[in-house]
Write a protein that binds this ligand. Sequence first.
Ligand SMILES: Cc1cc2nc3c(=O)[nH]c(=O)nc-3n(C[C@H](O)[C@H](O)[C@H](O)COP(=O)(O)OP(=O)(O)OC[C@H]3O[C@@H](n4cnc5c(N)ncnc54)[C@H](O)[C@@H]3O)c2cc1C
Length: 445
Amino acid sequence: MDKTLHIIGGGMAGSEAAWQAAHLGLDVVIHEMRPKVGTFAHQTGLLGEMVCSNSFRSDDSEQNAVGLLHWEMRAANGLIMQTAQKHRLPAGGALAVDRDPFAQSVTDALLALPNVRVDYEEITELPRDGHWIIATGPLTSTALGASIAAETGADALAFFDAIAPIVYFDSIDMSKAWMQSRYDKGETEEERTAYLNCPMDKAQYEAFIDALDAAEKTEFHEGETAGYFDGCLPIEVMAERGRETLRFGPMKPVGLTNPHQPDVKPYAVVQLRRDNKLGTLYNIVGFQTKMKYGAQTDVFRRIPGLENASFARLGGIHRNTFLNSPTLLDGQMRLRSQPHIRFAGQITGVEGYVESAAMGLLAGRLAAAEMTGTALSTPPATTASGALITHISGGAEAKTFQPMNVNFGLFPAVEGLKSGRRGRKDRYKAYTDRAKVDWQDWLKG
Ligand SMILES: Cc1cc2nc3c(=O)[nH]c(=O)nc-3n(C[C@H](O)[C@H](O)[C@H](O)COP(=O)(O)OP(=O)(O)OC[C@H]3O[C@@H](n4cnc5c(N)ncnc54)[C@H](O)[C@@H]3O)c2cc1C
């Protein structure tokens, strides 16, 4: 039996996948295009290069979902986490690292394994046979991107993300907001109440537009195309085009009646749409933005009903190649139409170094199990890794799928705990306690 696993891309996901698969007995070839072919963001030819910030974010495995992912990867002999620990810098509760020695150590550790080889070459076409993991990240080369799009259909591979902020349902004030689809459209009661609406009067709308105008914005990275598609203009750009533009666009107040004040016609309405099957997350429709994160929370908490909103993720628009994974990937991370190919990392529609490495860890283990004839199930959705894979391979709404950070909104509820802000600490501890037990069980096979 051919025990060679080919991995395209030696970033966060590809490096972790290679490490896991090699330790489970496979021969691994990493195909990495750098340094021969560069990207606008990478600076070196090293594996595991951090392209921007040097932080793996919170290291708190009891109260933070990303910290829990750290914990799970450590428990699974993760290369990225053990190397991060070695090059850790003081950063409060965050896991920040010295980036160049970190990437050098990732590279050295992989090259020291007798069953790992690195071929420094760009792969330009989807492989037709063998065992493969594609982990080419947000900046997948143009030729390979075109080949993937030819297989998946152009609509199923995006080259930009346009992320609207996502809010935890239990942080929304339902004494101000209400559930209703515009013109009560829909066949079922569920469809007729699919949207959550937040009303504004004229003064609130005018103040909101002023806040948008004044907010600090981020620029596109150098080399990143700034050509927005008209369908995903940032809201602040729409507001710049005229004070009424949003009221005739994503904030139009038509076809909606506020049950809290049925006689008052709202001047504008912000709509939120359910973002996952669990109904724990809602995205603010049409609110993709290039505002800085601090400015986003200030501006969005001006929306009636969202004064105390907690955000599962904030908005953004970036160059980002990612698949419509809910329609394309199975729970084993295989491309349904070409099951000899797995995808891992940011290209699967997760977001961030840690999430990408975690998806690499899973892909490496799942590939090794399949190739050595040992069945390995997908980890349960009660773990951070399992919650992410469950989300991208079917839990998310496919029509509006956008990249996602790990967050507790992706976890199934622990019954019997208080909802809302006051119960949050106990709830998060219950999630992380449960996840640790379930992850250990999954690791035992
Ligand atoms: C500009 C920018 C800034 C970012 N900043 C942050 C941040 O601050 N914090 C954060 O958590 N996340 C950040 N991200 C997201 C970040 O890219 C991912 O979190 C993470 O690096 C993705 O890991 P990955 O392994 O999927 O992709 P990468 O780490 O990008 O690795 C993919 C690898 O594939 C190689 N490759 C691409 N195409 C081919 C090909 N055809 N053949 C062979 N090799 C190929 C690339 O050279 C690269 O080494 C940023 C992304 C971008 C684009």
